[in-house]
Every structure is written in structure tokens, then in C-alpha cells.
Design a protein around this ligand. Structure first.
Ligand code: COA
Length: 155
């Protein structure tokens, strides 16, 4: 069993850019969406090894803007734990839906999110071409479109 402590990052604590940049290569984008967002960190033996960012879209819907596990700890079920924790946090805060966006090339993430109960609701054509300075490639596929997935939070 992994001993993980998940908690809200306090205002005076350092922003875990090293983790956030794993999920989003643009620091400029990160700096825009973390304003007014809540950053949750996961600690193992007092070391920050993962994080996620939640930001309200409106009074019913909240978005996971970023989710990342440090490479040495990936593939051990932590992503799944964070996703469930994000859903629980959103539910506790009164939200009815939670959404997450990912790239068309992010095959593993699309698998993980759908397995966790998210369904595809929208595609934003050319999002990663229009909003990023450099082309992004993953799994030998160019990341062009954003796939938006949503999950209803059962009361
Ligand atoms: N390819 C294939 N399957 C993957 C995968 C990948 N890249 N990443 C996760 N999975 C699958 C696992 O096999 C597992 O499946 P199972 O439940 O059938 O065993 C399931 O998803 C959960 O995996 P888990 O170990 O909890 O994932 P993780 O701790 O590695 O976290 C990420 C997943 C995506 C958060 C992590 O890999 C990461 O930080 N990646 C870099 C940042 C990133 O891409 N963030 C998302 C941006 S949209």
C-alpha cells in the first residue's frame, strides 16, 4: 500500500512547476490557469511526488487543469488515486460535474480517464496548434486537438 498524503498547497509554499510542466509544457499557460485555482499535492515520505489542479468553470462544473505524477512514481496507481481524490474534493465542494481536457495523442491518459468514469463530451479542434509555440508529438502522433471528458459526480 502506498502511503500518500494529499493536501491543498498553501499560498506561501512553492508552486511545484517541475510536476506541472510534465502535464503541460507551457509555463505561460500554467501561470494563467493557476491564478484562482487550487493546487493539491500528494506527499510520500514528506516528498511531493504528484499534484493536480482544480479550477471552477461555473457553479456546477469544475475542471482538472493539470494532473501529474513524478516519473519515478508513475505506473503505480497514483494517477488513479489522484483522479478519485479530485472527484471527491469536487463533490465535497458542491460541484455536479468534473471535466478534464487532454490531447488526441495522449492515449494512456484517454484510457485512464475513461476507466475512471469520464466520457468524451467535446473536441476543441487544433487547440494545441493554436495555443502552443512548439509542435507536440506523443506516441508518434501529433497532438493537435483537445479532447474534453466529463464525469457526473453522484451525490
Ligand atoms: N499508457 C498506457 N496506460 C497508462 C498510461 C500510459 N501512458 N498512464 C496510465 N495508464 C494506465 C495504467 O496502466 C493503469 O491501468 P490499470 O488501471 O488498467 O492498471 C491506469 O492507467 C492508472 O495508472 P496509474 O498508475 O494510476 O497512472 P500514473 O500514476 O502513472 O498517473 C499520469 C497517470 C497521466 C498522471 C502520469 O503518467 C503522468 O504524470 N504523466 C505525465 C503528465 C501527464 O501527461 N498528465 C496528464 C495531462 S492530460
Amino acid at each position: 500500500m502506498i502511503e500518500l498524503r494529499i493536501r491543498l498547497l498553501q499560498k506561501q509554499e512553492e508552486i511545484p512547476y517541475q510536476l506541472l510542466l510534465l502535464a503541460d509544457p507551457s509555463k505561460k499557460n500554467i501561470d494563467t490557469y493557476i491564478l484562482g485555482a487550487d493546487i493539491y499535492i500528494a506527499e510520500k515520505e514528506e516528498k511531493i511526488i504528484a499534484c493536480y489542479v482544480l479550477k471552477a468553470v461555473n457553479s456546477n462544473t469544475i475542471e482538472i487543469k493539470n494532473i501529474a505524477v513524478d516519473p519515478a512514481n508513475q505506473g503505480k496507481g497514483i494517477g488513479k488515486i489522484l483522479l478519485n481524490n479530485a472527484c471527491e474534493t469536487a463533490k465535497k465542494n458542491g460541484f455536479k460535474n468534473i471535466i478534464i481536457g487532454t490531447g488526441n495523442s495522449s492515449i494512456g491518459q484517454l484510457y485512464l480517464y475513461q476507466k475512471a468514469g469520464f466520457s468524451i463530451i467535446n473536441t476543441v479542434k487544433d487547440f494545441f496548434i493554436d495555443n502552443y509555440d512548439e509542435p507536440i508529438f506523443e506516441n508518434g502522433i501529433q497532438c493537435k486537438d483537445m479532447i474534453v471528458l466529463s464525469k457526473t459526480l453522484e451525490p
